[in-house]
Design a protein around this ligand. Structure first.
Ligand SMILES: [Zn+2]
Ligand SMILES: [Zn+2]
Length: 295
């Protein structure tokens, strides 16, 4: 028996509706699935309903983007000069979707994103590309507008040959039109998840971009002091060796382990369930959650 504890829907940047994921998971032979959309719980009610009908265990989740400058604990400490490492994503599991602080955090992130996209489009305009914001919102089709939608319009208009090129040349962290996000601090992300009665798990640690094992251990230990509950050890980006060393680190620091494919539907080539995460990973997570809420 297997589970997949990392999947996205159309509520963020996936291509499958939240209501379709439980059925697809079942078809992929899974016994449990988590929906972990970027910075939103909007898909969870539909997802949970559909999971009941499909008779599959479902975990209401979220994936919060946090500022990787984790040695600064409040947003006020952060400046543009703060050295940053790679990407810091914190997964929240068994969250209560309507928890007030989590709602507040989502509203703040949405507002920041709404300002950021027009800024990136303006930079593309300055680079001579004729792209309008309403074209991008149309490409998003009612979902939260993100860089993939800008990339899609760029591709449709022939400015780039692929979404990959759009990111590597223009929209990615090193790209010419990139605008940095206003982000949550790691502490805010973990607190938001805990206040929603959830468990906070470090997603795909390789994306932190820390090459040395001691740096990684230091960073994860720091996150643990902020309340981190676990590490995602199995992920489509991880080699078997990565999974092994992250598991060792989790054991050393007394953290739980999770795993998932990071499925996005047809936008990326990863298959639901491709990480072959054993079902007991789901059970351990559920038990840890029961312990946390005292159930
Ligand atoms: Zn992520
Ligand atoms: Zn993800």
């Amino acid at each position: 028996m297997y589970c997949d504890l990392h999947a996205h829907s159309t509520a963020s940047d996936g291509t499958d509706a939240p209501a379709d994921l439980p059925r697809l998971a079942k078809q992929a032979g899974l016994s449990a699935i988590a929906l972990t959309d970027h910075d939103t719980t909007a898909g969870l009610p539909e997802f949970l309903d559909a999971a009941k009908r499909a008779r599959i265990k479902a975990v209401p989740g979220i994936e919060l983007s946090a500022d990787p400058a984790i040695f600064h604990t409040t947003a006020d400490d952060l400046t543009e000069q703060t050295p940053r490492i790679g990407t810091l994503h914190i997964l929240g599991y068994f969250i209560q979707p309507d928890a007030p602080y989590l709602i507040e955090v989502q509203a703040r992130l949405l507002q920041a994103r709404e300002q950021r996209n027009p800024q990136m489009i303006e930079r593309l305009n300055q680079l001579g590309m004729d792209i309008q914001y309403d074209e991008v919102t149309r490409a998003a089709g009612g979902n939260i507008v993100g860089r993939p939608h800008i990339g899609q319009v760029m591709m449709e208009k022939g400015y780039v040959k692929s979404i990959h090129e759009a990111f590597s040349r223009y929209l990615g962290g090193q790209g010419e039109a990139y605008v940095r996000k206003d982000r949550l601090s790691a502490e805010e992300a973990i607190t938001a998840i805990h206040e929603a009665n959830g468990l906070a798990v470090l997603a795909h640690p390789t994306q932190l971009g820390l090459s040395s094992p001691s740096q990684l251990e230091h960073a994860v230990a720091r996150l643990k002091t902020l309340g981190l509950d676990g590490i995602e050890t199995r992920h489509s980006d991880h080699t078997p060796r990565d999974t092994e060393r992250f598991t060792r680190l989790a054991n050393k620091l007394g953290l739980i382990t999770t795993g998932g494919s990071d499925y996005h539907g047809s936008r990326k080539t990863l298959e639901l369930g491709s990480q072959k995460v054993p079902f007991d990973v789901y059970e351990n997570l559920r038990n840890a959650h029961h312990q946390r809420v005292g159930a």
